[in-house]
Design a protein around this ligand. Structure first.
Ligand code: SF4
Length: 428
């Protein structure tokens, strides 16, 4: 029995009521969305989490990803990053550590925050095999199942699982080639293992067994995007679309047969004019499953400011119907994000989510209306309170304080708003 079973049976659960209240929706709307596979509420029997609804008709959500690497392992820093991401406004967190004692770090992170935590079990399976037997190619199928169970029991309640990389997808990849190679770690691990062992991906071949494990632990399946383009010129190529087809089929089976909650992941690096098409294609293929966009980056030349590059793509994605955005930090493509990178990434993605919501749900513009009026009235305290980052806004103004407290140092004595307010009453 899962929340999907309840929803299909017409039962409105407490979780549905809570999310309905948070979103300003009728609980029946949430129930119908979950029953149809268009909405998910990641949950876990192992940890109390702040519930978060993701999907059609709900506000766009933001995920922050953290985690150690083989080069940098700082357990306390990872916990600090997780807390900072939650404080900055992330809706969920993915803990993707691959260095040090990553299980212990993940447990600490899960204990430190109340957000839903996502993970990628195959990282653990491949890295443990490499540590044990010297190479990722020695991973066994049991390593995958054991890692999935172990991570579920830690309280990670949604998992990116690379179900869509099968032999057909790899044939497409090899036949077509790539300008920018393969940028997904999961995609790189699994495709290398398949090539070396001349075997089908166990996550695809034994998908039903995987679903049974996920169902037992109430994990939300996020079908991994191992073929996402890592370069603009590879966007929307045959390998990516073939994987999307397979992932959509897996998502449907998981929802229909196992009553699992399912999210479908998308690219990657995508030029601006291909974003809407990607979102609509994914929604059509998957019968409207919640869409989790990894970025997307709309140009390849923004290193150092890729959080801004991503915000442009993320806003366009959300406006087109994407439900869930994975942030990108200024360190993307350059280094493991530090604490400041994480905060900057979350806050930038929050702006993108709001911009998208302004298109999807017109009532989201009420926030902007309030800010517009506060600006007109030169009500600075109100402006700070309405700003997405009040401390930043206040500190910039204070760092260049005006002589006239009503204005700011941009126009000083010639404050346009002040001049017009003196001569007209334009208030509405
Ligand atoms: S001084 Fe210029 S920029 Fe500053 S509030 Fe007035 S009109 Fe706006």
């Amino acid at each position: 029995m899962t929340i999907v079973t309840d929803a299909k049976n017409g039962k409105i659960t407490e979780e549905m009521k809570i999310v309905a209240k948070m979103e300003g929706k009728d609980p029946e709307f949430i129930r119908r969305g979950i029953a149809a596979g268009r909405i998910v509420i990641p949950m876990t029997p192992y940890r109390n989490v702040k519930l978060c609804g993701i999907g059609e008709g709900l506000k766009t959500k933001v995920n922050a990803s953290i985690g150690s690497s083989s080069d940098i392992v700082d357990e306390e820093m990872e916990v600090a990053k997780a807390k900072a991401a939650e404080a900055a406004g992330a809706d969920t967190l993915m803990e993707l550590g691959t260095g040090g004692d990553f299980l212990r770090i993940r447990k600490k992170v899960c204990d430190a925050i109340s957000l839903s935590v996502g993970s990628v079990p195959l990282y653990q399976a491949f890295i443990e095999a490499a540590r044990r037997d010297g190479s990722i190619v020695h991973m066994t199928e049991d390593d995958l199942w054991n890692a999935t169970e172990a991570q579920a029991k830690l309280g990670t309640n949604f998992m990116a699982i690379h179900t869509g990389i099968n032999n057909i997808v790899l044939d497409r990849l090899k036949a077509h080639g790539r300008y920018g190679g393969l940028c997904s770690r999961g995609g790189a691990f699994m495709s290398s293992w398949m090539l070396h062992n001349q075997k089908e991906n166990p996550l695809y071949e034994h998908f039903d067994y995987l679903c049974e494990i996920l169902k037992e632990h109430e994990v939300t399946l996020s079908t991994g995007n191992g073929m996402r383009a890592g370069a603009i010129h590879d966007a929307t190529d045959r390998a990516q679309i073939q994987e999307l087809i397979i992932n959509s089929e897996c998502a449907q089976r998981a929802h229909d047969k196992y009553d699992l909650q399912v999210i479908v992941e998308g690219p990657g690096h995508v030029p601006l004019d291909e974003i809407e098409m990607n979102v609509k294609l994914m929604k059509a293929m998957s019968n409207g499953k919640p869409f989790y966009m990894l970025g997307p980056l709309v140009t390849d030349i923004g290193a150092g400011r890729d959080h801004i590059v991503t915000a442009i793509g993320a806003a366009a994605s959300a406006a087109a119907g994407c439900d869930f955005l994975c942030y990108v930090t200024p360190a993307e493509h350059l280094a493991l994000p530090n604490l400041e990178d994480v905060v900057e990434g979350v806050k930038t993605s929050r702006i993108a989510a709001h911009v998208g919501d302004m298109v999807k749900y017109k009532e989201s513009r009420d926030w902007d209306l309030a800010m517009g009026r506060a600006r007109r009235d030169l009500d600075w305290e109100k402006m700070f309170s309405l700003a997405l980052d009040p401390e930043l806004a206040r500190s910039i103004r204070n760092s260049r304080a005006p002589e006239d407290a009503d204005a700011c140092t941009m126009c000083g004595n010639y404050c346009a708003l002040k001049i017009v307010n003196k001569n007209y009453n334009l208030a509405k």
